[in-house]
Design a protein around this ligand. Structure first.
Ligand SMILES: [Zn+2]
Length: 199
C-alpha cells in the first residue's frame, strides 16, 4: 500500500470496499510525510497495519526528524523501528522502484511501477493541481517546502512523462487521478485517462 490517507478510519473503510482487511497489508510505502499521507498510520496509540513493514526515503525521515512536527511525532516516529529507509533507485518490491523527487517536501519520492513491459508513475505530490501545476510548472506553491527544487522536479517529471507517454497517478489530480501529460510549448497539459482519445 502507498500512503495511508488522512485517517485510519477513512482508508480502512476504502480498503474494506476493495475486499481487504488492514492485517492483510504487509508493506506500506510512505512517499512523503504530510498529514494526508501518514495520518492513517496510527489511530491514537494503535498501529493500523499491524502486519506491515514500512518503507520510506531516508532523506525524508531525516528531514522531518528535525522539525518537531506534531503529525510526524504522532504517526511516523512510533513506527521508526519497523521502517526501512531507502534511497532513489532502490526497489521496494518486484517491479516497484523509488525515485528521488525532492522539493514538495524534503525527501519526497515517486515510484515507478512496472508490469508486463508497461510503466506507470505513482507521482504522489510532485504536481498538486491538474491545471496550473502543468500549465505553469514554474509557479511556486505554498505547500512546496523547497520551492526552487520543487519547480525543477516538477519540470523534470512532466518532461519525462510527456516524452515517454507514460501514465501517472497524481494524488491531488481529479478522480480517478490517473492520466497522461501532453506538451504545450514549454509547458504542459493534464490529459485524464478517462478522456484519452489517442496518444
Ligand atoms: Zn498530498
Amino acid at each position: 500500500m502507498f500512503d495511508t490517507g488522512p485517517s485510519a478510519k477513512g482508508t480502512t473503510a476504502a480498503l474494506a470496499e476493495a475486499g481487504y482487511t488492514p492485517d492483510q497489508i504487509d508493506t506500506v510505502v510512505i512517499t512523503q510525510m504530510h498529514g494526508d499521507h501518514i495520518g492513517g498510520l496510527m489511530a491514537g496509540d494503535t498501529e493500523t497495519y499491524v502486519n506491515a513493514r514500512y518503507i520510506t526515503g531516508g532523506a525524508k525521515f531525516d528531514a522531518w526528524d528535525k522539525t518537531g512536527n506534531k503529525t510526524f511525532e504522532a504517526k511516523m516516529r512510533p513506527l521508526a523501528e519497523k521502517t526501512t529507509f531507502i534511497k532513489g533507485g532502490a526497489a521496494v518490491a518486484s517491479g516497484i522502484t523509488g525515485l528521488d523527487a525532492f522539493g514538495h517536501t524534503g525527501g519526497h519520492m515517486t515510484y515507478m511501477l512496472e508490469s508486463g513491459g508497461k510503466q506507470l508513475l505513482l507521482g504522489a505530490d510532485f504536481a498538486n493541481h491538474y491545471v496550473w501545476s502543468l500549465a505553469y510548472p514554474d509557479w511556486q506553491v505554498k505547500f512546496d517546502q523547497d520551492k526552487e527544487l520543487a519547480v525543477k522536479t516538477r519540470r523534470d517529471i512532466l518532461g519525462m512523462l510527456a516524452a515517454d507517454k507514460l501514465p501517472m497517478i497524481g494524488y491531488h489530480m481529479p478522480w480517478p487521478a490517473l492520466g497522461y501529460v501532453e506538451t504545450r510549448g514549454s509547458r504542459y497539459r493534464y490529459v485524464a485517462h478517462s478522456y484519452q482519445m489517442m496518444l
